[in-house]
Design a protein around this ligand. Sequence first.
Ligand SMILES: [Zn+2]
Ligand SMILES: [Zn+2]
Length: 138
Amino acid sequence: MSEPCPFCEIVAGRAFAQMVAEWDDVVAFRPLNAVTREHTLVVPRTHVRDFASDPEVSAATMRRAAELMRGTSRHLNLITSRGAAATQSVFHLHLHLVPRTEGDGLALPWHDAGGSEVGQDQPSPCPQRDQLAAEEEQ
Ligand SMILES: [Zn+2]
Ligand SMILES: [Zn+2]
């Protein structure tokens, strides 16, 4: 019943992820199914459910996201979700950094009304990414 948190598994080194950066409080890694090149997840080492759970953890995570992108002129979205209705699928706070390019075809909202994956137990960290990938292929 109690599945291990997939992001805690990565933080602990028990699950593989392609690391982008590691700090004492936060890690950044590539998601399994990136929607764009260099799509990155910024994840606190401390397990908190979402951005509203612990303001200090949220602030530290946002600080690391800023450090990661500081000095680049990259266009990107920084997105975080709270709750299944908002397409949160891994209940461990994470920020999506999604680099964008003109005409890349990624359009918000990222999730259509038929988002059947929402709220299900499933290994894919983020179903909205799969939907985006599918949209890209159309
Ligand atoms: Zn966790
Ligand atoms: Zn996510």
